[in-house]
Design a protein around this ligand. Structure first.
Ligand code: TXA
Ligand code: MG
Length: 331
C-alpha cells in the first residue's frame, strides 16, 4: 500500500480548499465514506464518474448542511417530503425530489429528479459548511466493490488517485456501515424505497402516522431498476464467492474451500468448525456496521467463500438482505 500519510487529513479547511479548487476528495460520513466534488463544477463531477469507473447513467447524491440548500436545488417539495426532512435530516436518509432547471445534468445523469441528503457526521457537515457549496458524493469505492467504512478501504481502492481523505480521528469507522436509505418522494401520497438502509421502512411509517399523513410506503422491486439507476449494477462484492444461508433450514455439509462465516444465530459447533474465520454478531446493527469491512478483510486473507446468514425481513434486516443478495449475484 502506498504511503498515504500526506493525504489522510483531519484538517477540514484544507479539504474544503481542495473541493473549491474543483478537486475530488474522500470524506467520512455516518453511512460510508464518500467521494465528493462541488455540485457546480461539471469538470469535478465527471472526475467522480471516471475515478470510480461509474456508468454515466447512475446519478450522484447531493450532500447539504442546511435545509435552505435543499430549496435552492429541488422544487415542488411536498408536505410528506417536508416532514421527512424535519424528522430525519441530518441522518442516513436520501430523498429523491424534483430538481430545479439550473442543476447540472451530470450530477443527476439527465434525470428530472435529484437525490438529496444531509449527513449527520460532524466532519462531513463542517466540510460542506466550509466549502459553502453542496457536495455531490458517491460511495468512495471503485464501482462494484464494497463501500468503504474506514479510510484504509478508500486507500485500497484509490491509492494516490485523490489528494485527500478527510476522517474523524476520534472515530474512524462509519457508524452505520451501509449506504443511506434512498426514497423517491415526488408523490406525497406514495413513497417508494429505492434502496433500503439504516432508516427503515418502519421508522418512516411511524413518522407518517405521527403526522397523520395518509401516505403509502412501497418497496417496488420492479420499479427500482428504472427509478434508481444504481440498483441495476452489481454491487458491494468481495472477490470471494458469497454464499447465503438460512439458519432455520437444514445446514448442509459446508465447504472444502478456505471459508468464513458471518452469523447471528446460535449455530451448531459441527457446522462452525468447517470455517477458518467465524464472525458472530449480536444484532443487525453490528452485522451492518461490519459487513463491508469483513468482506474486504476476507479478500485480504484470501478467503474463497464467505457464508452469510440471511437476517429476517424486518427493520435493518431488509437493507442487509439487499446488500447480501447483491454481493452474491454475479451480474
Ligand atoms: O450513504 C450514502 O448514500 C453514501 C454516502 C457517501 O452519502 N452515498 C452513496 O452514493 O451510497 P452512491 O453513489 O454509491 O449511491 C447513490 C444511489 C445510486 O443507486 C443512484 O442510482 C441513486 O442513489 N440515485 C441518485 N440520484 C438519484 C435519482 N435522482 N433518482 C433515483 N436514484 C438516484
Ligand atoms: Mg455506491
Amino acid at each position: 500500500m502506498a504511503d498515504f500519510s500526506q493525504q489522510v487529513l483531519k484538517n477540514i479547511d484544507k479539504a474544503a480548499e481542495y473541493l473549491k479548487n474543483n478537486e475530488v476528495i474522500a470524506f467520512q460520513t455516518e453511512t460510508v465514506y464518500g467521494l465528493g466534488a462541488i455540485i457546480n463544477s461539471d469538470e469535478a463531477l465527471l472526475k467522480i464518474y471516471s475515478l470510480k469507473n461509474r456508468a454515466q447513467d447512475n446519478p450522484l447524491i447531493t450532500h447539504v448542511c442546511l435545509k435552505e440548500q435543499i430549496y435552492k436545488i429541488a422544487k415542488n417539495i411536498n408536505k410528506t417530503a417536508e416532514v421527512l426532512i424535519h424528522e430525519f435530516f441530518p441522518g442516513p436518509l436520501t430523498l429523491v425530489l424534483e430538481k430545479q432547471k439550473h442543476v447540472s445534468n451530470i450530477l443527476t445523469a439527465g434525470l428530472d429528479t435529484i437525490a438529496m441528503r444531509m449527513p449527520s457526521n460532524k466532519i462531513a457537515q463542517k466540510l460542506i459548511e466550509k466549502t459553502g457549496i453542496p457536495v455531490a458524493a458517491a460511495s468512495a469505492n471503485k464501482s462494484g466493490r464494497p463501500s468503504p467504512t474506514h479510510w484504509k478501504h478508500v486507500v485500497e481502492d484509490f491509492q494516490d488517485e485523490i489528494p485527500c481523505i478527510l476522517y474523524d480521528h476520534e472515530n474512524q469507522f462509519c457508524d452505520f456501515g451501509l449506504e443511506s436509505t434512498v426514497v423517491l418522494c415526488t408523490d406525497e401520497k406514495k413513497l417508494i424505497i429505492l434502496r433500503s438502509g439504516s432508516t427503515t421502512k418502519e421508522d418512516i411509517e411511524k413518522i407518517l402516522e405521527k403526522y397523520k399523513l395518509n401516505t403509502e410506503v412501497n418497496l417496488n422491486k420492479d420499479l427500482e431498476k428504472t427509478l434508481c439507476p444504481g440498483m441495476k449494477y452489481r454491487h458491494y462484492s468481495p472477490k470471494a464467492k458469497v454464499i447465503l444461508f438460512n439458519p432455520l433450514a437444514f445446514l448442509t455439509a459446508g465447504t472444502k474451500n478456505k471459508a468464513a462465516v458471518l452469523y447471528l444465530s446460535e449455530l451448531q459447533e459441527s457446522f462452525l468448525e468447517k470455517f477458518e474465520l467465524k464472525y458472530k454478531f449480536t444484532n443487525n446493527s453490528e452485522y451492518a456496521k461490519n459487513l463491508y469491512k469483513l468482506f474486504r478483510e476476507c479478500d485480504q486473507k484470501k478467503i474463497e467463500e464467505i457464508h452469510c446468514e440471511i437476517p429476517s425481513i424486518s427493520g435493518l434486516g431488509l437493507a442487509l438482505r439487499d446488500r447480501l443478495f447483491k454481493a452474491k449475484s454475479q451480474c
